[in-house]
Write a protein that binds this ligand. Structure first.
Ligand SMILES: [Zn+2]
Length: 167
């Protein structure tokens, strides 16, 4: 899974994955360059996809509540919303930039490293996180939407059964 990347510092394809640690919602893979010693933390693209998806949902929902019905909002509301959008960009853009600046190396001429989780070994959601992070960016982006669709589907089904058989 973790790939060798091209180092942005020295330009050599020597940025090797060395360890992986679990954060609250995702894992981070630490890379170290054998050429210049540069250290880079890479967030898997699937987790970035989830982050973008959930962030847009939350902002969209908030936007709808704030500006959907009434036109009576003050400057502070607009500013608070602006700060939230800025915070969202502040969190997501650097994680994407790491991927852009240190692209996956063309020559993966070394054994696929099976790096162990070094930090957060007892994380409660370790398995689902590791599973989700194999999905790629689009998969990560869609995962929360599918999750919500399933919950709504179950809720609808319960409502339907309840309405049909217990009324
Ligand atoms: Zn380097």
């Amino acid at each position: 899974m973790p790939k060798i990347r091209k180092c942005k510092q020295c330009g050599e394809e020597k940025l090797f994955p060395v360890s992986r640690s679990l954060q609250i919602y995702n894992s981070v893979i630490q890379h170290e360059c054998e050429g210049c010693g540069e250290k880079v933390s890479v967030t898997p693209v699937a987790s970035i996809g989830i982050l973008i998806s959930v962030g847009l949902l939350a902002l969209g929902f908030w936007y709808f509540i704030l500006f959907g019905h009434n036109s009576y909002f003050d400057i502070y509301t607009v500013m608070a919303f602006g700060v939230a959008v800025a915070a969202f960009l502040f969190v997501t853009i650097p994680t994407i930039l790491v991927h852009v600046m240190n692209p996956i190396a063309k020559h993966q001429n070394f054994e696929e490293p099976d790096i162990e989780i070094t930090h957060g070994e007892k994380h409660i959601a370790k398995r689902p996180i590791i599973w989700l992070e194999r999905l790629g960016m689009i998969g990560g982006f869609l995962a929360p939407l599918i999750f919500i669709a399933v919950i709504l589907g179950i809720a609808t089904l319960i409502g339907y059964v309840n309405f049909t058989y217990f009324k």
